[in-house]
Ligand binder design. Sequence first.
Ligand code: UDP
Length: 331
Amino acid sequence: MAEGYSGYNEKLSEKKTVLVTGAAGFIGSHLCRKLLDLDHRVIAIDDFSSGSYKNLEEIQDNIQIIEHDIRTPIDIQCDEIYHLACPASPKYYQKDPIKTIETSFLGAKNTLEIAKKNKAKIFFSSTSEIYGDPKQHPQKETYLGSVNTVGPRACYDESKRLSETLFMEYSNLFGVDIRIGRIFNTYGPFMDKDDGRVISNLICQSLQDKPLTIYGDGLQTRSFCYVEDLIEAILAFMNQDECKGPMNLGNPEEISIKELAEKIIAMSCSSSEIKFHPLPKDDPQLRCPDISKAKNILGWQPKISLEQGLGKTINFYKQALVIDDVSVNSN
Ligand code: UDP
């Protein structure tokens, strides 16, 4: 572990009113729980289109929940903002691409307006998708990306790219205190089992002894960060003033999707087989963050290995599937 990393918990202990947009989503709900642990007041905004109320159930009495579509302006008093609102799974963001573009761009603008008015520091959850199908590997923040502007992923990729520009212009023009974090593939408990992303799909299939769906030949790679590590990185990033970003936040442990599937089958003692399906258009062949910047500036690096994280995630889905089974059978 790099040095200096543990300091942020202490520094954050000053009580703040913190707004989280997209709070009912996978990462948003983890962040809300952590902010509560750090004794902040949490205001959670979500329109519950891809996020789930269930994710906030456990903490609902301790936070303020506002059901709101971030495409519409809203006025909220706060000291700090984490702007996460936007569907992030290809399955969801491609369902209504115009809405995705609006949510991403108008959501960024409306949230930046809150930051400007309140002089609040604001974190923007950008994405590794802004690198597209990268020609540089691993990806450094200086790499400008390779995105197909008219492909099926463009509604997400391009609107996130434009939002980064918007954040930078609010910083340049109005002095808004921004942090742009480029989040790479993240996984862990509380990702919806029907989210459509690879780890939730493969674990749920494996636990049910169903065939594991691999798109393409499975030789494409991703680098998966356990959600607790990511949350630590986001908080550490917010709690320093040296760098406003963009900064890659992710785990550089790279694995092919086929190896991932084999690992999940073995770890969940499953009798599932692998079934290959066509590769979706513009599916990136490689993805791995260069996290030197985060290591140097934040003194952060992931602590949880893929095996450890998968173990915890498999346990979570084991329980989630049992609960679902019970409720189906009792209906
Ligand atoms: N993938 C797969 N099977 C699935 C879901 C996804 O093989 O059931 C592949 C997908 O084509 C991509 C990788 O796994 O190459 C990661 O997909 P995911 O949707 O999790 O995130 P992405 O990084 O593509 O946004």
